[in-house]
Design a protein around this ligand. Structure first.
Ligand code: MN
Length: 465
């Protein structure tokens, strides 16, 4: 399953880690969690930090990393397991697959090394085993000053992971391209079948069927909704009505764990209304302008503010906001309609390394800002070559925000509420692509999926002919 390029990259990652940290490192892959009884489990997902060095999603495995060498700790299943799950690999064959230098049963983990650095295992059962075997708990709170030597080495490991995983190597890029391609195909299937889909649920099935056919799970719960104003809407109860806008935020994850994250918004009927089209084009202008700016060294936060500026100016043009766009950005008035950040890191995780808090997203010494327009910004650091980021501006009418008395008061002079009422057929619009930072600029991995309103309409109408 791992080709020579993948193995070469895995060895390189292991050597890079050794340069960043002095201690030996232990990482747990995790175990599947029972849904109701032990033999019926939720789908297994290996820990991303484990996957980064091991390459394959092994269940109930631990890897030891020291001086660039990998030891695989794993127990061969009992012969009885083969009755239900078929034959398993031998440990030595598995070790050879992932290019491990040594292998041993799990019982050898507690004796492998003293003073190891680690990261919290992803499931409760594993965290318990981890504490027992290490004789301590692994640091979870990275915001405070580490209180012990072991907490210091855990933090050092977390920082090393960030340094490594921020930039996508050849193996990662190959996987991320695959995830992007399958995701594009899934969205196209969604667009092409919308006219014959009676409901959100039926459309979701069309979209996810393409991922399943490629043996890919979804990288996160798909959003397929006519209520795009509910930002993380993961229920699918509504029928599709001709005047509705559909917001689809769905991404595949490759079998080796690498994610895509793509959003498109299209009209159920195949034709945007004039109000929908006006706002769609504003969001698209912000999307395009941000992607055109992407280059190493650029501050990601400046992309957010660029999107804010374009959305504010666009909303002034259509009469929803009043005043000077610069001032509306300074006062965060645009955030009434675009309350989230312009995007985030993408890699093994859809919000890459968010399990480490803001350690990956925020450059050293930077912290989340409390301003309404910036508090949900997940990434605030200068872009580097081979980082993968999303660009995802949006426009929403979120009742929970727009009906807040204090906000209505604060922005009384900025919003033309009567004019806004004309746009009631727009509840939520978002356009999101995955962009690799290269020395030449942004490379959009998901560019095969149209964004221009007319091209999106053509895709939805394609099944008519
Ligand atoms: Mn996203």
């Amino acid at each position: 399953m791992l080709n020579p390029t993948a193995l070469k990259c895995l060895h390189h990652r292991r050597r890079q880690l050794a340069q960043q940290i002095d201690q030996p490192v232990l990482l747990w892959s995790g175990v599947s969690v029972a849904r109701n009884f032990a033999a019926n489990c939720f789908p297994f997902r290996a820990s991303s930090h484990f996957l980064y060095f091991a390459g394959l999603p092994l269940q109930n495995a631990v890897i030891g990393l020291e001086a660039g060498q990998l030891t695989l700790f794993w127990d061969e299943p009992s012969p009885e397991v083969a009755l239900w799950h078929g034959p398993a690999w031998s440990r030595s064959a598995l070790a050879a697959q992932i290019g491990a230098e040594a292998h041993a049963p799990l019982s050898a983990v507690p004796h492998w090394a003293k003073q190891v650095a680690s990261l919290p295992a992803s499931t409760q059962a594993c965290r318990q085993q981890q504490s027992e075997w290490l004789g301590r708990t692994v640091l979870e709170n990275r915001s405070c000053e580490p209180a012990s030597e072991s907490a210091r080495s855990d933090l050092q490991l977390a920082q090393a992971m960030v340094q490594l995983r921020l930039q996508q190597d050849d193996f990662a890029q190959d996987q991320l391209q695959q995830a992007a391609q399958i995701t594009v195909a899934a969205h196209l299937q969604g667009m092409k079948t919308t006219l014959s889909c009676p409901s959100e649920a039926a459309l979701r099935a069309e979209i996810e069927s393409v991922m399943m056919a490629h043996q890919c799970p979804t990288a996160y719960a798909s959003i397929v909704t006519v209520h795009g104003e509910i930002l993380h809407n993961d229920v699918y109860p509504h029928p599709l009505e001709p005047g509705d806008l559909l917001l689809v935020d769905a991404g595949a994850e490759t079998p080796l764990g690498w994610a895509a994250d793509v959003t498109r918004t299209w009209p159920v009927s195949g034709c945007f209304s004039s109000t929908q089209r006006d706002l769609y084009d504003i969001v698209l202008a912000a999307h395009d302008a941000c992607i055109a700016q992407i280059a190493p060294g650029l501050e990601y936060r400046d992309l957010h503010l660029l999107a804010a500026q374009i959305i504010a100016a666009g909303l002034v043009d259509v009469g929803i906001l009043k005043g000077c766009p610069d001032e509306l950005v300074e006062r965060d008035a645009y955030a009434l309609f675009f309350p989230h950040g312009i995007g985030h890191l993408l890699g093994l995780d859809v919000h890459d390394m968010e399990d480490l808090g803001d350690l990956a997203g925020y450059a050293l010494g930077r912290q989340r800002c409390d301003r309404m327009g910036l508090r949900y910004l997940r990434l605030d650091r200068p872009l580097q070559s081979h980082m993968l980021v999303t660009i995802e501006p949006g426009f929403y009418q979120i009742p929970a925000l727009l009906n807040q008395p204090n906000l209505r008061e604060q922005y009384r002079d900025c919003v033309n509420w009567e004019r806004l009422a004309h746009f009631r057929d727009v509840r939520g619009i978002r356009i999101e692509d995955d962009v690799l930072v290269t020395p030449e600029g942004g490379q959009v991995l998901t560019s095969a999926l149209p964004t221009q309103a007319a091209a999106v309409e053509a895709c939805v109408q394609a099944s008519k002919s």
